[in-house]
Design a binder for this molecule. Structure first.
Ligand SMILES: *Cc1c(COP(=O)(O)O)cnc(C)c1O
Length: 374
């Protein structure tokens, strides 16, 4: 009998189930024998506007450099980010998507004796990176679908190395105010790092929400993570970053892959930061879309979790998998969230007005066929 190679993997990895991405358009098109253009994907919180023209032309120009290694220090992008946020370049760590940065943080600061605290229903990558290291993940029960920040602070022990806070959170869309986040940070010991994942911060409307970057001076144990995948519309190119103290950034930059962000991605991200009109449009389309979806759910008598992101978790009844399949048959891809312990919900990303409409129509039909609808 030959070697069981799976048993050779480190313990945490043996028990790991991989991240479940949204179903790709091409895959559903193949399954249904449809043209990809007939399918809408509202499954991965992507920007429905398509890319910024400025990003696109910068990316095209950068292709001329494809035979050269990228700038491993990402000088231009770091400089643009530093200017935008009023921080030093030495505080920035670039990643192949912010997922990459989240993983690097865990690898730098967590070992198999450590505990990592996150919330129930929080972003799936937090338990994944924790388990891959063989550390103990502590999932703190949520409160009204959101993080119970007090209970999370209570869950910190002498073994806790890291706390993940998503604000707004994915997949629930819940958000905490600046006061609540500061009250939480006040309770976390200085030697415990807090990752404030602000993947959706560009969509926040209102002054009561925190800008994590403004908190860095007061809380040296804070790491703020952001991404170009959502409001900036560059999900395929994989660019994210963290901003922290220079000392923490120095550690992260030792461990990240030297060329973890490629030339095309660096160019597009640097250029899109100049496209304030695109960001503004992204916000407007999102705000209108959230309202359109909420009104549609209200009409159907469905309850949903009010969202501060570019998606909504809507309760369609148990099991939501049947409605998910029925939507697929209508050429509409959304995201089941049973893997998050939310078997009655589906998460739908905000699309363009006509996409939202098509999703709502398909949902009404799917519910009616299942005998659940109005
Ligand atoms: C989408 C998302 C990210 C960003 O992922 P990228 O790797 O940058 O594409 C990070 N955190 C949360 C909570 C997200 O939903």
């Amino acid at each position: 009998m030959s070697v069981d190679y799976q048993s050779l993997a480190v313990k945490g990895v043996q028990a790991l189930s991989p991240y479940q991405p949204g179903k790709p358009i091409e895959e559903l098109a193949r399954e249904l024998g449809l043209n990809p253009s007939e399918i809408i994907k509202l499954a991965s919180n992507e920007n429905p506007l398509g890319p910024s023209d400025k990003a696109l032309s910068a990316a095209r120009n950068a292709l001329d450099e494809m035979c050269l290694y990228p700038d491993g220090n990402g000088f231009d992008l770091k400089q643009a980010l530093a200017r935008r946020f009023g921080v030093e370049m030495s505080q920035i760590t670039l990643g192949n998507g912010s997922n990459d940065v989240l993983e690097v943080i865990a690898r730098c600061f967590v070992d198999s004796d450590s505990e990592v605290v996150f919330s129930q229903y929080a972003f799936a990558v937090y338990p994944l990176v924790t388990q891959a290291i063989g550390a103990r993940g502590v999932a703190v029960p949520a409160k009204d679908w959101g993080h119970d920040l007090d209970a999370m602070a209570d869950a910190v022990t002498e073994r806790t190395k890291l706390v993940f806070v998503a604000n707004p959170n994915n997949p629930t869309g819940t958000v905490h105010t600046a006061d609540a986040i500061e009250a939480f940070l006040d309770r976390i010991p200085e030697q415990v790092l807090v990752v404030l994942d602000e993947a959706y911060c560009e969509y926040l409307v209102g002054d009561e929400y925190p800008d994590g970057i403004r908190l860095l001076d007061k809380y040296p144990n804070l790491i703020v993570c952001r991404t170009f995948s959502k409001a900036w519309g560059l999900a395929a190119l994989r660019v994210g970053y963290s901003i922290s103290s220079p000392a923490i950034a120095d550690i992260l930059n030792r461990v990240r892959q030297p060329f973890n962000v490629d030339t095309v991605a660096l160019a597009a991200a640097t250029a899109v930061l100049e496209d304030e009109a695109y960001l503004q449009k992204s916000r407007e389309v999102n705000e209108a879309g959230l309202q359109q979806l909420a009104e549609g759910f209200d009409r159907m008598g469905l309850s949903y979790i009010p969202s501060a992101g570019n998606f909504i978790a809507v309760e369609v009844g148990e099991p939501a998998a049947g409605i998910y399949q029925a939507l697929l048959a209508h050429g509409v891809i959304v995201r089941p969230v049973a893997g998050y312990g939310m078997p009655r919900h589906l998460r739908v990303s905000v699309g363009l007005p006509q996409e939202n409409e098509r999703f709502l129509d398909a949902l009404a039909e799917a519910l009616a066929s299942a005998g659940l609808g109005a």
